[in-house]
Design a protein around this ligand. Structure first.
Ligand SMILES: NC(=O)c1ccc[n+]([C@@H]2O[C@H](COP(=O)([O-])OP(=O)(O)OC[C@H]3O[C@@H](n4cnc5c(N)ncnc54)[C@H](OP(=O)(O)O)[C@@H]3O)[C@@H](O)[C@H]2O)c1
Length: 383
């Protein structure tokens, strides 16, 4: 069977890796729709290479430009409606949700509701709308598979296991570029230092989230949504080599670990081809290479956003949406040079203190909480 795939965020780090996976499996995977933001040159190349039926760009102007550039005539749409059209394309049985930020929430939710296999890289949509995503999955009767390497690892480790057997889920974190920096140095970290991730090459937002450890905090919430365990049964271990991606601790005191190269093409292929395990674009793990693995506890004093994420998960309701919105605003301000590195955690903390959380009801309410948190964070960050 050939899976027909819509890729949302095709021009990003995950989107490009996903297209390499598609290229490696021409008999199993075909591209039906591509959605991107502003990188129209890269999108044009992708369109020529993969010939999708539907393409979405950010603006009307980019749509007209792309139409004039292509040697064939796909349908070209734009904006939030265009992104949604790609998520819901009738010929696509599989959607890779790989846009960055909570902007991806409505399209991820709609694809789940439509009963598709939804491979979710866009962790923000699970963090912000967790319970709603599960509801959409149940209503649609499709599949939700996690692309995040830690969660893809857990999905494999947990296959066929009863919840009662499980003591804890343990996510590994590289620790980011500031893992062994003293607090005073972290407080004054620059943008180029924060963008210099030691083990993963990723888009700018997640790279900053890795430097603050907010990425791991978002992943803790994501794991809770995906696997139905609370904050007291999810833990984080710093593992700078990024070769062990997650661990499951069982009730008898034993652990199982998942090991593979730190290459996102592996979890992407896992999701797209699930349950098949076939050779792909990443060579087998090299056990002959000599290497040492180390593990240590995260330091919440130097990386307070990880603690705030645990707090938001415990608070529940719209608290994770507020946490995420404030973080998106603060990271954008930091990348624009308008906030310092240490201000990111202060902005998130202040927003969580100022914007009350509520039990989660529906999508409009969650999007409203997201809007209110963004408004507060923007005002705080601009002051
Ligand atoms: N990179 C990784 O290794 C990695 C690992 C695990 C999870 N993730 C998660 O995967 C998601 C994507 O990360 P990334 O690193 O691939 O980010 P990225 O490189 O910044 O790519 C983001 C993609 O989203 C597109 N986009 C942004 N706003 C959009 C909009 N309004 N409508 C349509 N498309 C839009 C961008 O388009 P343009 O570039 O054309 O503007 C780009 O294609 C994030 O949620 C991240 O946390 C990433």
């Amino acid at each position: 069977m050939t899976r027909k795939v819509a890729i949302l965020g095709s021009t990003g780090s995950i989107g490009c890796s996903a297209l390499e996976v598609v290229r490696a499996h021409p008999d199993r995977l075909a591209v039906v729709a591509l959605a991107a933001g502003r990188n129209r040159d890269r999108l044009r190349e992708q369109c020529e290479a993969f010939r999708p039926r539907l393409v979405s760009v950010a603006t009307d102007e980019d749509a007209i430009w792309l139409k004039g550039q292509l040697s064939f005539q796909p349908e070209i749409v734009f904006g939030a409606e265009g992104l949604m059209a790609c998520a819901l394309h009738g010929d696509a049985d599989t959607v890779l949700a790989a846009v960055v930020g909570a902007i991806g929430l409505p399209s991820t939710e709609a694809a789940l509701r439509a009963g598709k296999r939804v491979c979710v890289a866009n962790k923000e949509s699970l963090v912000v709308g967790g319970a709603l995503m599960r509801r959409a999955l149940e209503a649609g009767g499709g599949e939700l598979l996690p692309v995040d390497s830690e969660h893809a690892a857990l999905h494999q480790l947990l296959a066929g296991r009863a919840t009662a057997d499980i003591a804890e889920l343990r996510l590994t974190a590289s620790g980011g570029p500031f893992r062994d920096w003293p607090l005073e140095k972290i407080r004054a970290a620059t943008k180029s230092e924060a963008l210099n991730h030691p083990t993963w090459k990723m888009g700018p937002k997640i790279t900053i989230d890795s430097a603050t450890l907010m990425n791991k905090g978002l992943e803790v919430i994501e794991a809770s949504v995906l696997f139905g365990l609370g904050a007291d049964r999810i833990a984080v271990t710093v593992h700078p080599q990024s070769q062990v991606h997650a661990m499951v601790g069982f009730a008898d005191g034993t652990y199982q670990l998942q090991v593979c190269a730190n290459d996102m093409k592996l979890p992407i292929q896992y999701c797209l081809l699930h349950p098949d395990k076939v050779p792909g674009p990443v060579p087998p793990y090299d056990w002959e290479a000599s290497r040492a693995w180390t593990f240590e506890a995260p330091d919440l004093a130097r990386f307070p956003l990880l603690g705030l994420a645990f707090d938001a998960l415990r608070a529940g309701g719209t608290a994770p949406a507020i946490l995420n919105a404030a973080n998106e605003v603060a990271v954008a301000f930091f990348l624009e040079g308008r906030l310092g590195f240490w201000d990111i955690q202060a902005c998130v903390r202040e927003t969580l203190n100022a914007v009350p959380s509520e039990p989660m009801l529906d999508l409009p309410q969650v999007l409203d909480a997201d809007r209110r948190a963004r408004a507060f964070a923007e005002t705080w960050a601009s002051a």
